[in-house]
Design a protein around this ligand. Sequence first.
Ligand code: ADP
Ligand code: MG
Length: 895
Amino acid sequence: MDAALGAPEKMADRADELTPMMRQYFELCDAYDDSLVLFQVGDFYEAFCDAAERVSRLCEITLTKREDSTGQYPMAGIPIDNAESYIETLLDAGYRVAVADQVQEPEEASGVVDRAVTRVVTPGTLTEDELLRTDDNNFVACLASEGRSPSTSRPESDDGETYGLALLDVSTGDFYATSTDRQSAVADELGRFGPAEAVVGPDAPTEPFADDCMVTPHDQSVFAVEPARELVESYFGSPEGLLATDAEIRACGALLDYAEYTRGGESEGEGERGRLDYLNHLTRYDPREYMLLDAVALESLELFERRAVHGRAGATLVEVLDETACALGSRELKDWLRRPLIERDRIEARHDAVGELAGHVRTRERLHDRLRDVYDIERLISRVSRGRANARDLRSLKATLDVVPDIAEAMADCDCGKLRALRDDLDDLAEVRDLIGRAIRAEPPIEITEGGVIAEGYSAELDELRETERSGKAWIDSLEAQERERTGIDSLKVGQNSVHGYYIEVTNANLDAVPDDYTRRQTLKNSERFYTPELKAREDEIIQAEQRADDLEYRLFREVRETVAAESERVQALAETLAELDVLVSLATVAAKYDYARPAFTDESKVTRIDGGRHPVVERTQASFVPNDTHLDADDFFAVITGPNMSGKSTYMRQVALIQLMAQAGSFVPAADAELSLVDRVFTRVGASDDIAGGKSTFMVEMTELADILADATDRSLVLLDEVGRGTSTTDGLAIARAVTEYVHDELGSRTLFATHHHELTDAADALAGVFNLHFAADQRETEVSFDHDVRPGPAAASYGVEVASEAGVPDAVVERSRELLDAGDSSDTYEGINATNGHRPGAKTNEDAPAGDATNGDEPDADLAVTIREQNLATTTPMEALTLLQELQAELEE
Ligand code: ADP
Ligand code: MG
């Protein structure tokens, strides 16, 4: 982004020649030089000069001009009332937006009105509800690195740096920190949290960030250990014992500094400049405390996002599992899925709760129903703390607190430890609830400065002012009748307008009857307006009372808001409790609805015993699904899976990984029965050619990802290899597949499912103890192929590319010929072998005996095809390659 969005150099040089307001504008642009400054002028946010042109173009608003004594400036204005939607447009275009508000009443200003940046809106630090997804967190990350002597044990993966990573959701106050010695682990954690923005220091690498993550360089000095430590300490106490490395402290400190910077100088509310008082917890974790899901696994298992492979429609895991009732729960569910547990006790506590709720329909439904009335109190309390909450927010908090006792009551009979603990943690913050109930009106306006917010009976002073107002108005209401009687003018009217206040109106015809104490206020065409000393006195009284009441209300409101803010930690704890409960109810609902089973955990190693397992998403999105068993254990822990294209290999492997992941996240699983040993990490690698359409993977990517597995997998990991080694020549691919098999088997001992088109790999079962074969068969009646999607022991018998091609509609002639070639290929191993046997198409001319040009003869396209087909080395042709080839041949035939 350009250094000076709104303030070209020459403007700063001309500072003396500018009007005070324009000077103020350019100074703010200088101070926030990586942002686009929106500058409040009355009811608009204005941008000037270059920035005006951009804003005008992006937001499709008219470019105008501001003219003053010093010159002309292009200008574009956004109406403040509708600012958020324009700000969103600017964010989408890749800008950060610094909002400079008038922070002084124009009447109070001696010269130009004071303005200050009250917030910098950036993708990672959003707090505006309009700009946030309710069902997901919005993280900003900060990465700092720290030199260290590289470890000698794993030189291939160690660059001698320690990386500190901090992640903050400014809208909810969720704050995490971790560190690692490996850059790939940083990428994995980033993949988990999917930050929208990353703040980087002087020497942090920029590679690990996703394409859709805005990278923001921030003030270098705050990345130093000392200032960072001080800032962290000011929030959470001493970082010793809380944070593990200097890199972590630096990342957290710099991130806090950035978050404060985006809060601007002057918040409307109370508290120190820009401070985020609602940050009550900093959670330090070690990536190894959760099942590690690297970015590739998250993507290929389609937990949160669909992969756009071949434009196939479908759903994500979270969509299947999300039956939550409130925003708190839907965010929590994502957190459970992105950080599955690895401690058996914690997992089983969740399973107990899910089981209990799955069995008690009434309790479950009642809880779900009550939880629907729970507001997003996590974001709400952060608004309260930032001084951005209005009276409606406080009422929403109260409404939430009001259902807490109902929820506790619905849980009265809950029996398992987890549910009982949650019930005991339910805190309805009785004083807060009572305070809001007494202080804030039931249906308050959105504006908090114009009265109507504070309930009657809360403040005697306020009630008195209101009484004055009321009786004054009542007196005025009665004035008309009174004056008509006194003057005998029947058409006399009492009215009010905003300029002249209250008046008594008399038509011109009756002016003779006007008493002496009437003073003229305004002359109209057909009438005159008057006031009396008494009316004036009452009016002043009303206006004063009104003004004082509004001010008092605003003050009282802020006091209430501060009192509530002081309880932010308890509100956050309640939010957490409700969130967990909502997720458990949701998982129980899903378990009951889709007939999931409770998985059991065993201390035996490498056990995956799944009976009748299903893919949770595929079974929801297609008419019928064939359940499959999986039996892995210490003796048979490495399955080589063969079978034709489309027979179900990839689906099967992913279903095993998803079942493991769901189980460790606390969910029941789509299976008749499952017994599992804990897994520390799930790795998935998908061969490059599976992604032809996406054009994403290259062989290099594939091998880099593979290298990560080989470096990180353990004997407690679950590894899925789907057609690894496809992105290169067949010989290389097979060699790599073999080598990987041996390495994973011998060195890592990870539970592995390896789907491969390299039929040769099935030999590994004989050579390596622990390796065994599975296959998917095709049901080959006559020439049609159909798949039963049923996994069977042993290697697949044949390659079915031709039959698939036939199904796909490739012309019979081509299919026939392919089949002949295949048959020939079966009895021999090589292309030469095919030629040597009777591999020629009967009646077709060979190259040798064909006259030149004959093969391309338009009457005989088959001859041409025959040559191409004959040149194929079928021994090394994969089904996918065969299919692609046949498609090409078909295209040629159609020409
Ligand atoms: P492969 O990896 O062997 O090429 P996939 O796993 O991609 O095959 O499966 C191809 C299609 O078959 C899937 O998109 C799915 O629609 C269907 N399928 C896979 N497994 C099953 C199953 N167990 N029951 C029903 N349909 C299945
Ligand atoms: Mg596949």
